[in-house]
Design a protein around this ligand. Structure first.
Ligand code: COA
Length: 335
Protein backbone atom coordinates (compact mmCIF):
# COMPACT_ATOMS: atom_id res chain seq x y z
CA UNK A 1 0.00 0.00 0.00
CA UNK A 2 1.31 3.45 -0.87
CA UNK A 3 2.09 5.69 2.08
CA UNK A 4 0.82 9.24 1.69
CA UNK A 5 2.78 11.87 3.57
CA UNK A 6 2.54 15.63 3.81
CA UNK A 7 5.45 17.15 1.90
CA UNK A 8 6.59 20.75 2.06
CA UNK A 9 6.42 21.82 -1.59
CA UNK A 10 7.12 25.55 -1.26
CA UNK A 11 8.16 28.16 1.29
CA UNK A 12 7.86 31.94 1.64
CA UNK A 13 8.75 34.66 4.12
CA UNK A 14 8.15 38.24 5.07
CA UNK A 15 10.44 40.41 7.16
CA UNK A 16 9.82 44.08 7.93
CA UNK A 17 12.54 46.36 6.60
CA UNK A 18 13.22 48.27 9.84
CA UNK A 19 16.17 46.89 11.77
CA UNK A 20 16.60 47.17 15.55
CA UNK A 21 20.31 46.67 16.23
CA UNK A 22 22.14 46.00 19.47
CA UNK A 23 23.50 49.56 19.19
CA UNK A 24 19.92 50.86 19.11
CA UNK A 25 19.11 48.83 22.23
CA UNK A 26 22.20 50.22 24.00
CA UNK A 27 20.51 53.61 23.74
CA UNK A 28 17.21 52.28 25.15
CA UNK A 29 18.21 50.04 28.11
CA UNK A 30 21.28 49.24 30.20
CA UNK A 31 22.84 46.63 27.92
CA UNK A 32 25.68 46.27 25.42
CA UNK A 33 26.47 44.55 22.15
CA UNK A 34 29.07 42.19 23.69
CA UNK A 35 26.64 40.93 26.32
CA UNK A 36 23.81 40.37 23.86
CA UNK A 37 25.99 38.62 21.26
CA UNK A 38 27.78 36.40 23.77
CA UNK A 39 24.65 35.45 25.77
CA UNK A 40 22.19 35.08 22.86
CA UNK A 41 23.93 35.25 19.46
CA UNK A 42 21.64 38.09 18.32
CA UNK A 43 22.93 41.22 16.52
CA UNK A 44 19.73 42.69 15.11
CA UNK A 45 16.02 42.05 14.73
CA UNK A 46 13.28 43.33 12.41
CA UNK A 47 10.42 45.51 13.65
CA UNK A 48 7.14 46.19 11.85
CA UNK A 49 6.48 49.87 12.47
CA UNK A 50 3.99 50.70 9.69
CA UNK A 51 0.67 51.76 11.16
CA UNK A 52 -2.26 49.54 10.32
CA UNK A 53 -0.06 46.49 9.71
CA UNK A 54 0.33 43.57 12.07
CA UNK A 55 0.74 39.79 12.14
CA UNK A 56 -1.90 38.99 9.49
CA UNK A 57 -0.20 41.32 7.01
CA UNK A 58 3.18 39.61 7.46
CA UNK A 59 1.58 36.15 7.34
CA UNK A 60 -0.28 37.02 4.13
CA UNK A 61 2.86 38.35 2.45
CA UNK A 62 4.76 35.15 3.33
CA UNK A 63 1.84 33.05 2.07
CA UNK A 64 1.60 34.97 -1.22
CA UNK A 65 5.29 34.40 -1.93
CA UNK A 66 5.00 30.72 -1.00
CA UNK A 67 2.09 30.20 -3.42
CA UNK A 68 3.66 32.28 -6.20
CA UNK A 69 6.84 30.21 -6.05
CA UNK A 70 4.78 27.04 -6.43
CA UNK A 71 2.78 28.65 -9.22
CA UNK A 72 -0.64 28.03 -7.73
CA UNK A 73 -3.51 30.39 -7.05
CA UNK A 74 -4.80 31.23 -3.56
CA UNK A 75 -8.17 29.77 -4.57
CA UNK A 76 -6.55 26.32 -4.64
CA UNK A 77 -5.70 26.44 -0.91
CA UNK A 78 -7.91 24.22 1.28
CA UNK A 79 -6.77 25.15 4.80
CA UNK A 80 -4.82 28.02 6.40
CA UNK A 81 -3.26 27.41 9.80
CA UNK A 82 -1.59 30.39 11.49
CA UNK A 83 0.64 29.77 14.50
CA UNK A 84 0.95 32.98 16.50
CA UNK A 85 0.85 34.47 19.99
CA UNK A 86 0.39 37.96 18.59
CA UNK A 87 -2.88 37.72 16.66
CA UNK A 88 -4.13 41.01 15.21
CA UNK A 89 -7.16 40.63 17.51
CA UNK A 90 -8.26 38.17 20.20
CA UNK A 91 -10.86 37.24 17.60
CA UNK A 92 -11.43 36.75 14.73
CA UNK A 93 -8.56 34.36 14.12
CA UNK A 94 -5.60 35.73 12.19
CA UNK A 95 -6.15 32.89 9.70
CA UNK A 96 -9.46 34.53 8.71
CA UNK A 97 -7.69 37.82 8.00
CA UNK A 98 -5.01 36.02 5.98
CA UNK A 99 -7.72 34.19 4.02
CA UNK A 100 -9.19 37.54 3.02
CA UNK A 101 -5.85 39.23 2.32
CA UNK A 102 -4.64 36.53 -0.06
CA UNK A 103 -8.08 35.80 -1.56
CA UNK A 104 -8.17 32.13 -0.61
CA UNK A 105 -11.84 31.87 -1.49
CA UNK A 106 -12.09 28.11 -0.97
CA UNK A 107 -10.12 27.84 2.27
CA UNK A 108 -11.08 27.51 5.90
CA UNK A 109 -8.64 27.98 8.75
CA UNK A 110 -7.84 28.83 12.31
CA UNK A 111 -5.03 29.90 14.64
CA UNK A 112 -2.80 27.72 16.77
CA UNK A 113 -1.41 29.12 20.00
CA UNK A 114 1.70 27.28 21.12
CA UNK A 115 4.20 30.14 21.37
CA UNK A 116 7.65 29.23 20.03
CA UNK A 117 6.50 25.67 19.25
CA UNK A 118 3.55 27.00 17.29
CA UNK A 119 4.91 26.30 13.82
CA UNK A 120 5.87 22.72 14.71
CA UNK A 121 2.46 22.07 16.25
CA UNK A 122 0.72 23.61 13.21
CA UNK A 123 2.88 21.53 10.83
CA UNK A 124 1.91 18.38 12.66
CA UNK A 125 -1.77 19.43 12.64
CA UNK A 126 -1.75 20.42 8.97
CA UNK A 127 -0.11 17.13 7.98
CA UNK A 128 -3.10 15.24 9.41
CA UNK A 129 -5.43 16.87 6.86
CA UNK A 130 -3.19 15.63 4.05
CA UNK A 131 -2.54 12.14 5.41
CA UNK A 132 -6.25 11.58 6.09
CA UNK A 133 -7.02 12.50 2.49
CA UNK A 134 -9.37 15.30 3.51
CA UNK A 135 -7.32 18.06 1.88
CA UNK A 136 -4.68 18.54 -0.82
CA UNK A 137 -3.19 21.97 -0.10
CA UNK A 138 -2.57 23.25 3.42
CA UNK A 139 -0.81 26.52 4.18
CA UNK A 140 1.04 26.41 7.48
CA UNK A 141 2.22 29.83 8.64
CA UNK A 142 4.26 30.94 11.64
CA UNK A 143 3.95 34.68 12.22
CA UNK A 144 4.53 37.00 15.13
CA UNK A 145 4.74 40.72 15.71
CA UNK A 146 6.58 40.40 19.00
CA UNK A 147 7.31 44.14 19.07
CA UNK A 148 3.62 44.61 19.94
CA UNK A 149 4.03 42.83 23.30
CA UNK A 150 7.67 43.58 24.18
CA UNK A 151 8.43 46.14 26.88
CA UNK A 152 11.30 48.17 25.42
CA UNK A 153 12.35 49.22 28.93
CA UNK A 154 12.85 45.58 30.02
CA UNK A 155 16.34 44.39 29.08
CA UNK A 156 15.42 40.78 29.94
CA UNK A 157 13.10 40.53 26.95
CA UNK A 158 13.61 43.41 24.53
CA UNK A 159 17.00 42.14 23.39
CA UNK A 160 15.57 38.80 22.31
CA UNK A 161 12.46 39.22 20.20
CA UNK A 162 11.77 40.37 16.65
CA UNK A 163 8.98 40.38 14.05
CA UNK A 164 8.55 38.17 10.99
CA UNK A 165 6.56 35.49 9.20
CA UNK A 166 7.27 32.27 7.34
CA UNK A 167 4.91 30.03 5.39
CA UNK A 168 5.06 26.54 3.94
CA UNK A 169 2.70 24.69 1.62
CA UNK A 170 1.85 21.07 2.41
CA UNK A 171 0.77 18.69 -0.35
CA UNK A 172 0.36 14.91 -0.56
CA UNK A 173 3.45 12.89 -1.48
CA UNK A 174 3.73 9.17 -2.19
CA UNK A 175 7.42 9.11 -3.11
CA UNK A 176 8.88 8.81 0.39
CA UNK A 177 9.47 12.47 1.19
CA UNK A 178 7.51 14.69 3.61
CA UNK A 179 6.80 14.67 7.34
CA UNK A 180 7.92 11.23 8.50
CA UNK A 181 7.48 11.58 12.26
CA UNK A 182 6.94 14.10 15.01
CA UNK A 183 6.64 14.22 18.78
CA UNK A 184 5.01 17.02 20.73
CA UNK A 185 4.85 17.84 24.44
CA UNK A 186 2.96 20.27 26.66
CA UNK A 187 3.57 20.92 30.36
CA UNK A 188 1.46 23.69 31.89
CA UNK A 189 2.80 23.32 35.43
CA UNK A 190 4.56 26.48 36.61
CA UNK A 191 4.32 28.18 33.27
CA UNK A 192 2.55 31.26 34.61
CA UNK A 193 5.60 32.20 36.65
CA UNK A 194 8.10 31.65 33.85
CA UNK A 195 6.85 32.86 30.49
CA UNK A 196 3.54 34.59 29.91
CA UNK A 197 1.52 37.68 29.27
CA UNK A 198 -0.50 38.33 32.39
CA UNK A 199 -3.37 40.50 31.19
CA UNK A 200 -5.55 40.85 28.13
CA UNK A 201 -7.27 37.48 28.40
CA UNK A 202 -10.46 36.58 30.27
CA UNK A 203 -8.64 36.18 33.60
CA UNK A 204 -7.36 39.76 33.64
CA UNK A 205 -9.15 41.78 30.97
CA UNK A 206 -7.55 45.08 30.02
CA UNK A 207 -8.14 47.86 32.54
CA UNK A 208 -6.36 51.13 33.27
CA UNK A 209 -4.64 49.26 36.12
CA UNK A 210 -3.39 46.36 33.98
CA UNK A 211 -1.99 48.81 31.46
CA UNK A 212 -0.33 50.94 34.16
CA UNK A 213 1.22 47.80 35.70
CA UNK A 214 2.70 46.74 32.33
CA UNK A 215 0.76 43.50 32.36
CA UNK A 216 0.21 43.44 28.61
CA UNK A 217 3.89 42.75 27.97
CA UNK A 218 5.79 39.45 27.91
CA UNK A 219 7.15 38.42 31.25
CA UNK A 220 10.01 35.95 31.19
CA UNK A 221 12.12 34.30 33.86
CA UNK A 222 15.00 33.81 31.45
CA UNK A 223 17.02 31.40 33.60
CA UNK A 224 14.14 28.94 34.13
CA UNK A 225 13.15 29.08 30.47
CA UNK A 226 16.77 28.60 29.42
CA UNK A 227 17.21 25.49 31.59
CA UNK A 228 13.91 23.94 30.47
CA UNK A 229 14.60 24.76 26.81
CA UNK A 230 18.08 23.21 26.76
CA UNK A 231 16.77 19.92 28.16
CA UNK A 232 13.43 19.93 26.31
CA UNK A 233 14.72 20.68 22.84
CA UNK A 234 17.72 18.33 23.06
CA UNK A 235 15.68 15.46 24.55
CA UNK A 236 12.87 15.58 22.02
CA UNK A 237 15.25 15.92 19.05
CA UNK A 238 17.22 12.91 20.31
CA UNK A 239 13.96 10.98 20.86
CA UNK A 240 12.77 11.54 17.29
CA UNK A 241 16.18 10.60 15.89
CA UNK A 242 16.33 7.46 17.99
CA UNK A 243 12.90 6.17 17.10
CA UNK A 244 13.68 6.65 13.41
CA UNK A 245 17.10 5.03 13.66
CA UNK A 246 18.96 8.22 12.72
CA UNK A 247 22.46 9.14 13.83
CA UNK A 248 24.02 12.58 13.59
CA UNK A 249 25.59 11.50 10.28
CA UNK A 250 22.17 10.80 8.76
CA UNK A 251 20.91 14.29 9.55
CA UNK A 252 21.51 16.83 6.78
CA UNK A 253 20.17 19.78 8.78
CA UNK A 254 19.00 20.62 12.28
CA UNK A 255 16.33 23.31 11.98
CA UNK A 256 16.07 24.68 15.51
CA UNK A 257 13.80 27.33 16.95
CA UNK A 258 16.01 30.43 17.14
CA UNK A 259 15.71 31.40 20.83
CA UNK A 260 19.31 31.51 21.93
CA UNK A 261 22.48 30.34 20.21
CA UNK A 262 23.56 28.54 23.39
CA UNK A 263 20.32 26.49 23.47
CA UNK A 264 20.80 25.66 19.80
CA UNK A 265 24.41 24.47 20.21
CA UNK A 266 23.46 22.33 23.23
CA UNK A 267 20.78 20.65 21.09
CA UNK A 268 23.19 20.08 18.19
CA UNK A 269 25.77 18.62 20.61
CA UNK A 270 23.26 16.18 22.03
CA UNK A 271 22.25 15.08 18.52
CA UNK A 272 25.85 14.59 17.42
CA UNK A 273 25.36 17.17 14.66
CA UNK A 274 28.10 19.70 13.88
CA UNK A 275 27.23 23.41 13.85
CA UNK A 276 27.94 23.40 10.09
CA UNK A 277 24.71 21.43 9.72
CA UNK A 278 22.57 23.77 11.84
CA UNK A 279 20.31 26.33 10.20
CA UNK A 280 20.91 29.71 11.83
CA UNK A 281 19.52 33.19 11.33
CA UNK A 282 19.11 34.29 14.94
CA UNK A 283 21.96 36.77 14.43
CA UNK A 284 19.84 38.74 11.93
CA UNK A 285 16.25 38.23 13.11
CA UNK A 286 16.38 37.39 16.86
CA UNK A 287 13.56 35.24 18.20
CA UNK A 288 10.51 35.69 15.98
CA UNK A 289 8.56 33.09 18.03
CA UNK A 290 6.38 31.03 15.63
CA UNK A 291 8.25 32.30 12.57
CA UNK A 292 11.79 31.13 13.34
CA UNK A 293 11.63 27.64 11.81
CA UNK A 294 9.89 28.53 8.51
CA UNK A 295 12.22 31.55 8.18
CA UNK A 296 15.17 29.15 8.42
CA UNK A 297 13.64 26.89 5.77
CA UNK A 298 13.29 29.85 3.40
CA UNK A 299 16.82 31.13 4.00
CA UNK A 300 18.37 27.69 3.48
CA UNK A 301 16.03 26.58 0.67
CA UNK A 302 18.65 27.14 -2.08
CA UNK A 303 21.02 24.59 -0.53
CA UNK A 304 18.41 21.97 0.35
CA UNK A 305 18.29 18.79 -1.74
CA UNK A 306 15.56 16.22 -2.27
CA UNK A 307 15.95 13.44 0.28
CA UNK A 308 17.77 15.55 2.87
CA UNK A 309 16.86 14.49 6.41
CA UNK A 310 15.81 17.50 8.48
CA UNK A 311 15.15 17.52 12.22
CA UNK A 312 13.02 20.48 13.26
CA UNK A 313 13.00 21.23 17.01
CA UNK A 314 11.42 23.87 19.20
CA UNK A 315 10.70 24.87 22.79
CA UNK A 316 8.45 27.65 23.99
CA UNK A 317 5.89 29.13 26.32
CA UNK A 318 3.25 26.81 27.64
CA UNK A 319 5.56 25.06 28.16
CA UNK A 320 5.42 23.46 24.73
CA UNK A 321 8.11 21.60 22.84
CA UNK A 322 8.55 19.12 20.06
CA UNK A 323 10.56 17.83 17.13
CA UNK A 324 9.76 16.67 13.61
CA UNK A 325 11.59 14.50 11.10
CA UNK A 326 11.07 15.82 7.58
CA UNK A 327 12.52 14.30 4.41
CA UNK A 328 12.91 17.27 2.07
CA UNK A 329 10.95 17.01 -1.19
CA UNK A 330 12.75 19.14 -3.79
CA UNK A 331 16.09 20.54 -4.97
CA UNK A 332 16.92 24.20 -4.50
CA UNK A 333 14.43 27.03 -4.81
CA UNK A 334 10.88 26.57 -6.03
CA UNK A 335 10.11 28.88 -8.92
N1 COA B 1 22.28 43.29 29.13
C1 COA B 1 23.29 43.28 30.00
N2 COA B 1 23.26 42.56 31.14
C2 COA B 1 22.18 41.81 31.38
C3 COA B 1 21.08 41.78 30.50
C4 COA B 1 21.17 42.55 29.34
N3 COA B 1 20.19 42.59 28.42
N4 COA B 1 20.15 40.95 31.01
C5 COA B 1 20.64 40.48 32.15
N5 COA B 1 21.86 41.00 32.41
C6 COA B 1 22.76 40.73 33.52
C7 COA B 1 21.99 40.26 34.74
O1 COA B 1 21.52 41.32 35.51
C8 COA B 1 23.05 39.44 35.45
O2 COA B 1 23.91 40.31 36.16
P1 COA B 1 24.51 39.87 37.58
O3 COA B 1 25.33 38.65 37.29
O4 COA B 1 25.29 41.06 37.96
O5 COA B 1 23.32 39.59 38.43
C9 COA B 1 23.84 38.82 34.31
O6 COA B 1 23.63 39.66 33.16
C10 COA B 1 23.41 37.39 33.97
O7 COA B 1 22.00 37.40 33.86
P2 COA B 1 21.20 36.10 33.56
O8 COA B 1 19.74 36.39 33.58
O9 COA B 1 21.73 35.00 34.41
O10 COA B 1 21.64 35.87 32.05
P3 COA B 1 21.51 34.57 31.21
O11 COA B 1 22.82 34.08 30.84
O12 COA B 1 20.51 33.62 31.79
O13 COA B 1 20.87 35.17 29.87
C11 COA B 1 18.77 35.23 28.74
C12 COA B 1 19.59 35.74 29.90
C13 COA B 1 17.38 35.82 28.78
C14 COA B 1 19.48 35.61 27.44
C15 COA B 1 18.72 33.69 28.83
O14 COA B 1 18.31 33.33 30.12
C16 COA B 1 17.82 33.06 27.84
O15 COA B 1 18.10 33.06 26.66
N6 COA B 1 16.74 32.43 28.29
C17 COA B 1 15.82 31.76 27.42
C18 COA B 1 15.04 32.77 26.67
C19 COA B 1 14.16 32.19 25.63
O16 COA B 1 14.54 31.31 24.93
N7 COA B 1 12.96 32.73 25.54
C20 COA B 1 12.02 32.47 24.52
C21 COA B 1 11.16 31.32 24.75
S1 COA B 1 11.76 29.94 23.91
Amino acid sequence: MTTIRAAITSVGKYLPEDRLTNADLERMVDTNDDWIVSRTGIRERRVLREPGKATAFMAAEAAKLCLAKRGIGADEVDVILVATVTPDHVFPATACLVQALIGATNAWGYDISAACSGFLFALSTGAQFIVSGKHQKVLVIGADKMSAIVDYTDRNTCIIFGDGAGAVLLEPDDTGTGLIDSREYTDGVGTLESLWMKAGGSMHPATLETVAAGEHFIYQDGKTVFKRAVVGMADVAAEVMQRNGLTGDDVAWLVPHQANLRIISATADRMGVGMDKVMLNIERYGNTTAATIPLCLVDYEPVLRRGDNLILAAFGGGFTWGAAYVKWAYDGETV
